[in-house]
Ligand binder design. Structure first.
Ligand code: NIG
Ligand code: FE
Length: 405
């Protein structure tokens, strides 16, 4: 049993919507589960035999849940980012053969071992900013052989990191250039989706439903087939244009709809009614240099739960840091630190169907806890671009410490 005591603040969202800040707080865990959250006095009295860790002057938070990443890929697209800094748009670069197709070429050419090593590196980076659970999508293979390679890497990664991994099949990230759209749709529906399911390679299915990528009709077809096979749905929608993707996400009962930069009001209302979590990716709209950011406030007002994630990928957002995302979310969306922290933890867990297990410091949940060397959680927002994380406890065990890495 471990007992963290004397925390300047124990900060956590609570199931049901409240946000809790306990001063001079304590958290106690037995093996991988939380058994107590409350005052230091009470913890010391009730759990006198537990191993004590003094966290005086520090802030405890639940581990961050990064619910949207494209972590496994070959090569990089630094050149494309520099082109964007000089004024080119994402769509112009993609039309010239860059974009997703650029990474597909590099990913197909990379060996499984190479992809594994790159991905281990990315996870190590993410860990040091406090990510303890991550969702990883395939999507840079665009044929069965390469998509399978990516999903195998995702499986193998579990032996190399304390971060918990949830996988999503995103074979419908783009269309491969070597066949027709109809041919690839048939392959997705009849070969890839059933095989992913049979081989238990992913529990979620995602589609890039946007202008120039999958249409609403194509996306609906893929979702229907995926649901029939037992997948749960996540969707990339309304990132580049308002294609009524939010509406579609509600219609198919998606667990989450992601991006939503240009989502319309009707779609937002429908998402609220259907209980679809909105995964917002402020690093992406910021790095795309688009004028508009996701209408987070409107969504909250409509009753949609918002989650925050990095969208870590080589093209639109090359950031490993959930702390950066938290800061951007407040500054770009105008949401509060409490809303942002809830979105990066509990709502992120909801976006990957893990709400009962991770995302908050509550009794019965997994002991995934971040210890920050700050006197108040406000410093996570105030101290721009600086990492004040000191220690990570994942499933009740020390997973990372600043001084040992
Ligand atoms: O979430 N929007 C689609 N997919 C990624 C970008 C992929 C890429 O450019 O490589 C995203 O932004
Ligand atoms: Fe994405």
């Amino acid at each position: 049993m471990i007992l963290l005591h004397n925390a300047a603040q124990v900060v956590t969202p609570l199931t049901g919507g409240d946000f809790s800040v306990i001063t001079n707080g304590a958290v106690v865990a037995k093996e991988d589960r939380i058994v107590f959250v409350g005052s230091t006095d009470e913890a010391l009295q009730s759990f006198s035999s537990a191993a004590r860790i003094d966290v005086s002057g520090k802030v405890l938070l639940p581990g961050f849940v990064d619910s949207h990443t494209h972590l496994i890929f070959g090569g990089d697209r630094c050149e494309e980012f520099l082109m964007r800094l000089r004024g080119a748009t994402y769509q112009e670069i993609a039309a010239a053969g860059g974009g997703i197709q650029n990474t597909v070429r590099a990913t197909r050419a990379a060996s499984e071992e190479e992809l594994l090593q790159n991905s281990i590196h990315h996870l190590q980076e993410m860990l040091q900013y406090g990510t303890t659970t991550v969702e990883i999508k395939s999507g840079y293979g665009l044929n069965w052989e390469s998509e399978k390679k990516l999903l195998h890497v995702a499986q193998n990664l579990r032996q190399h990191t304390p971060i918990e991994i949830v996988t999503t099949f995103l074979g419908a990230h783009d269309f491969p250039r070597e066949k027709s759209q109809d041919e690839y749709m048939a392959e997705l529906l009849e070969v890839m989706l059933p095989s992913v399911r049979e081989q238990k390679l992913a529990g979620f299915c995602d589609v890039f439903c946007d202008q120039g990528y999958y249409s609403v009709d194509q996306t609906r077809k893929i979702c229907m087939r995926a649901i029939e096979l037992g997948f749960r749905i996540k969707l990339h929608v309304d990132e580049l244009a308002d294609v009524n993707g939010a509406m579609l996400a509600a219609e198919v009962g998606a667990v989450s709809a992601d991006h939503l930069i240009l989502a319309n009001e009707g779609g937002i209302q429908k998402m609220a009614q259907a209980g679809v979590v909105a995964v917002l990716l402020p690093g992406t709209s910021f790095a795309l240099r688009v004028k508009q950011h996701a209408p987070a406030r409107k969504m909250i007002q409509a009753g949609v739960r918002i989650a925050l994630a990095t969208d870590f990928n080589p093209g639109t957002c090359y950031s490993h840091s959930m702390q950066y995302v938290l800061q951007l979310a407040c500054l770009l969306y105008g949401i509060t630190p409490e809303e942002a922290l809830t979105a990066a933890t509990l709502n992120g867990a909801a976006a990957i169907d893990r709400e009962g297990l991770v995302g908050s410091l509550e009794i019965g949940k997994q002991m995934d806890c971040l210890i920050f060397d700050v006197p108040h959680y406000g410093h996570l927002f105030y101290n721009l671009g600086v990492n004040r994380l000191e220690t990570i406890i994942k499933k009740g065990k020390m997973a990372w410490n600043k001084n040992q890495n």
